[in-house]
Design a protein around this ligand. Sequence first.
Ligand code: UDP
Length: 326
Amino acid sequence: MTLEVLVCGGAGYIGSHAARWLAEAGHRVTVLDNLSTGHREAVRWGELVAADIRDRQALDRVFAARRYDAVMHFCALSLVGESMARPYAYYDNNVAGTLTLLEAMRQADVQRLVFSSTAAVFGMPQQALIEEDHPAAPINPYGASKLMVERMLADAALAYGLRSVALRYFNAAGATPSAQIGESHSPETHLIPNALRAAAGTGDPLRLFGNDYPTRDGTCVRDYVHVDDLAAAHAAALDYLDGHAGAHRFNLGNGQGFSVLEVTGAVREVTGRELPFEWQPRRAGDPPTLVASSARAREQLGWNPRYTDLREIIATAWRWHSHPRF
Ligand code: UDP
């Protein structure tokens, strides 16, 4: 069935990949984005409404113009380090902005939401593989802001019957294989794009943050998951909401951790280039290890990530970074 979907934050990295995926699956997409970090050029699979989710009047106009079956919500400030320095901006955008969106959805009687959450809700994990029921105790304002929204969604399910799925991404990486869209942040803070830029000679030498973590080689371990696999999980979450009332949470990762040094090794292999780097002290707010158990998403959403090999994920990112379009 063709659904009418409003993709808030669809000009950003993960949102634009989800918009593409939905359009290719036959759904009709409208993107709402304030273009603060997103790119107009990334909106290729639906109309763009340039507006901010904190602007209630703009949202009311959007919902009055068309009847939406569902909202996907990717609008957020999403940098751990920045959130430590500017917490109010994170609570304003991520919490107050989402509340405004939820209120506008309620008034317009839109009953389904897929929400971008994050592994940062877990803080310092106590187990190697993080399941959905692992205690959530964020150690930075970014993770706290996302956890607050998850709580709002649980309350909204009880009070107003809102159906929602919160998807906790571990480390999104890669680009769609056609390289029409990809990851482009300014400033870029993420490991894989920074490593590729350093290898390409278009960025500074890679700074490696910390070699004294309690991990196998002293560097942080993360679970890298391809952005198109995340996009597929969003489409599966929409289907899931057909048959399931309530507020649901799923962890999305590959279930395998790679250290920063293992990632840089893979970047050298994929690019065939030298990778200039320098050691730096630890970055504030980084937990040593974050690796997902995605068993629940696999069982209940039928999610089956196609990219299980880190080199393959990095290869798609390299294709994009070799010829970025924005
Ligand atoms: N990292 C690094 N150099 C960089 C960017 C990141 O050493 O230029 C490290 C970072 O400290 C963390 C890991 O790489 O241990 C993944 O960081 P990223 O920002 O990509 O994702 P996060 O896990 O913070 O969402």
